[in-house]
Design a protein around this ligand. Structure first.
Ligand SMILES: Cc1ncc(COP(=O)(O)O)c(C=O)c1O
Length: 387
């Protein structure tokens, strides 16, 4: 008997042909985004912008950086110097540029032991070794970072990390932890690549790690997870204007070149006209609604109702193996993210899975998908273990 027919015996909720995607992690749909796109394209059309956006925008135009600096000030406490701000084609693209420039082939990039999965192929592409640093409930453990730096010596070049609402665990470093990590980075002369893509979701969050070691930090704030994956642009603030210009002016020919001008124009229009803030408010509100639904449907899970992130990191029920759980969920109509896909070291994350609450297009679909997952969590055992 195969897994699917055994699953039938356990009577999970089945969605038939319809698959609900919890594997990817996007902000929940916001009606403000569609309205904003419609209005913005009409506005830009009327403004006859073809000539204005014809020119290179290597670090973003002054207007892009001005709008970006104001947006960034929500997290940085004040507007950064415009000359050190760059608008680029997404956080991933910024990371590619920073890795190629500051870690280089043969160098080592340190990262949380569970991390943004794209960092793995990206490092491999540049011949960079990725070294896992242990985490606790607050994220990176300073002693583990210290130990790795001692072992690696000069080959340890940079730390890539997500200090606020870490993906996938949601861990957030306290201010004291940020100070400790900054101290270790300074001791071993590490660059810090801070990915704050989820850090703007909470109404209140600790200050970015970069503020604790500004002389070595590249602070990256993408819009994909807070406003709209449709735009896919991100800002990066370098340690000072000279180094930002050295890296990004006039364009990074091997990887990014420059931000796509039309998307930059839309992003800047949204941020300068308050549309960005409207979208963020609606994303926060829908996130809270979706978390409340998840808390009411998933059995025995402690889901804080006041947190603003839409990814949940869930314990695999004891009776299951990860791969069979993921397959059973998919067969029953719900895609979940297997924990080991986030792991740098083998055998990590294999008792966890991540679900992103943002992708289902509406709450009915969300509820239907969550019920599939709940029914599997409640299922007495993994069919594969009973064969
Ligand atoms: C932690 C993290 N950083 C960056 C990205 C990608 O961001 P962008 O769309 O700005 O390239 C993701 C997307 O999944 C992510 O989870």
């Amino acid at each position: 008997m195969n897994d699917v027919s055994k699953l039938g015996q356990m009577q999970p909720v089945s969605l038939g042909a319809l698959t609900i995607d919890f594997g990817r992690n996007f902000p929940p749909p916001s009606p403000v985004v569609q309205r904003a796109l419609t209005d913005t394209f009409a506005d830009l059309g009327r403004a006859n912008i073809a000539d204005a956006i014809r020119f290179p925008r290597f670090m973003g135009s002054v207007g892009d950086r001005e709008a970006g600096a104001t947006w960034l000030s929500q997290r940085l406490g004040q507007k950064p110097n415009l000359e050190s701000v760059v608008l680029a084609n997404g956080s991933q693209s910024i990371l590619a540029m920073l890795l190629a420039r500051f870690v280089k082939p043969g160098g080592v990039l340190l990262a949380e032991e569970l991390t943004y999965p794209a960092i793995k192929p990206l490092s491999a592409l540049f011949g960079i070794e990725l070294r896992a640093v242990s985490m606790d409930a607050e994220g990176i453990e300073p002693a583990s970072l210290d130990q790795a730096c001692i072992e690696l010596g000069d080959s340890a070049r940079a730390l890539y990390c997500m200090p606020t609402l870490h993906n996938p665990t949601s861990a957030t470093m306290s201010e004291a932890r940020r100070e400790d990590i900054a101290r270790v980075a300074r001791r071993y002369d590490l660059w810090l690549f801070e990915d704050d893509i989820y850090g703007i979701l909470p109404e209140e969050a600790p200050p970015p790690l970069s503020l604790y070691a500004p002389e070595r930090s590249w602070y990256i704030l993408g819009l994909s997870k807070s406003l709209a994956a449709q735009l896919r642009v991100a800002y990066v603030v370098g340690p000072n204007s000279d180094i930002s210009q050295d890296v990004f002016w006039p364009g990074v020919r091997t990887t990014n070149w420059m931000v796509a001008p039309l998307v930059a124009e839309v992003a800047s229009h949204w941020l300068a006209n308050g549309i960005g803030s409207d979208i963020l408010r609606s994303v926060r509100a829908e996130t809270l609604r979706r978390r409340a639904l998840a808390a009411s449907i998933l059995p025995g899970k402690q889901i804080s109702l006041s947190e603003f992130n839409y990814h949940l990191w869930i314990d695999l029920p004891e009776a299951w193996q990860l791969e069979t759980f993921v397959k059973a969920a998919r067969d029953a109509g719900a895609v979940v993210g297997p924990g080991h896909s986030f792991a740098i070291r083998a055998l990590q994350g294999d008792r966890k899975f991540r679900i992103g609450l943002g992708v289902p297009p509406n709450q009915d679909e969300l509820v239907r998908g969550l019920k599939v997952i709940a029914s599997l969590i409640d299922a007495p055992s993994d069919p594969a273990l009973n064969q």
